[in-house]
Design a protein around this ligand. Sequence first.
Ligand SMILES: C[S@@+](CC[C@H](N)C(=O)[O-])C[C@H]1O[C@@H](n2cnc3c(N)ncnc32)[C@H](O)[C@@H]1O
Length: 247
Amino acid sequence: MTDPAGLWHRLADSCVLLDGFHALKHAVRFGAEVTVAVTTDREATLALADELAPDVRRALDALLTEVPEPVYASLVPRPHPTAVAALAVRPSRAAHLERLARTERTAPVVVLDQPRNLGNAGAVIRLAAGFGATGVVTTGTLDPWHPTVVRAGAGLHFATAVERVTVGELPAGPLFALDPEGDDIRGTKLPDDAVLAFGSERSGLSADLRARADHLLSLPMRPQVSSYNLATSVAMTLYHWSLDGGV
Ligand SMILES: C[S@@+](CC[C@H](N)C(=O)[O-])C[C@H]1O[C@@H](n2cnc3c(N)ncnc32)[C@H](O)[C@@H]1O
């Protein structure tokens, strides 16, 4: 039998880390190509699958190899309470860009303009997956496939198209940028082909993004509150879109 730790070390740099049972469950459910998966207790992990994810139980049974706890701990930066970890092939950037470029889309693309916080980016990817958004693209230096983002996204990167692009490479479509100074979103119907842009946690929308925007929209907020958290702003905006269809 292949040595799972050896295989792990050979693949770790080129693959996406799926940290914990839920990340592995979602990745398998949404078609990820999992190359190696380990657990410290196969029986307990499969019992969890029986309880929470019977649809992927058979796939997990075929993928999971039991390893001693010290081996598991040596493979991951920080042990997860479920003691499950896996590596998956990162989906093709070209295929994602091709999907994002299609303009006859049935759900918006979310743009995070120069986000800083890895947890926020993961939370947004989880939201986008939940609402069936076409994709999440980021501008700036943050890698949206960073292990901390994948952990915060609960493995749902595989349920949508996640890529980093420049402002010049943003997908086509009417660009609605969210900003506390914009027009009240409640007066606007967001179309399915919308590109919904959100600014960075610290400084809001960049000048380049503002220059590209077709509309500037605000979320209802009482005076004296400066702004909402980035991920909650995305949640409210996708919810607003979904009221006219969606999901
Ligand atoms: C934490 S806020 C950024 C705050 C930043 N200091 C600023 O000047 O905009 C992150 C992003 O969430 C969105 N956002 C937060 N509150 C909003 C509101 N009331 N209306 C519209 N967008 C909002 C915007 O896209 C904003 O750029």
